[in-house]
Design a protein around this ligand. Structure first.
Ligand code: HEC
Length: 122
């Protein structure tokens, strides 16, 4: 939408917008326009379906023939996987566990030495 292209929400001019719209669809424009009273009904649920009618996560996020099984140009969690990334993630978890355990053991050992009157007393 650029200034001068007659778009209503750019220029706020109904007549210019109508003329441009009619030209776009190749129909004659009389130059006259008016407004018709209409009514619109909206459910108060903001168009969101009840939970029991919604599509379940597992219908797409599954390995065995989900709704989007034929769409393959993207990564979808739960359906696609990379064994190497899975291994790297598992490795990071194990390293974190080793680090936490080593740290805990070191603290226990150092605390034991302090209680024996070691050199850590203030
Ligand atoms: C209609 C199919 C469909 C359903 C139903 C669906 N998803 Fe997804 N979901 C997708 C697709 C497709 C993607 C990948 C989108 C992308 O990569 O842009 C995705 C991506 C995701 C992601 C990763 C988001 C990200 O930023 O990478 C999460 C988390 C997720 N979905 C969770 C859920 C949960 C939780 C539900 C159920 C409440 C659900 N999905 C239901 C199709 C679906």
């Amino acid at each position: 939408m650029h200034p001068g292209d007659s778009a209503y929400w750019g220029e706020f001019d109904w007549e210019r917008a109508c003329a441009a719209g009619m030209k776009e669809v190749g129909l004659p424009f009389s130059g006259e326009y008016d407004f018709a009273a209409t009514e619109m009904y909206w459910p108060v649920n903001h168009m969101v379906a009840p939970a029991n009618q919604s599509v379940k996560c597992i219908e797409c996020h599954t390995r065995d023939g989900g709704r989007l099984a034929n769409l393959t140009d993207f990564y979808m969690p739960g359906r696609d996987r990379s064994p190497w990334i899975d291994r790297a993630g598992l490795g990071a978890l194990l390293l974190a566990l080793v680090g936490v355990l080593a740290h805990g053991v070191a603290r226990i050992v150092i605390s034991g030495r302090r209680k024996q009157g070691g050199s850590y007393e203030a």
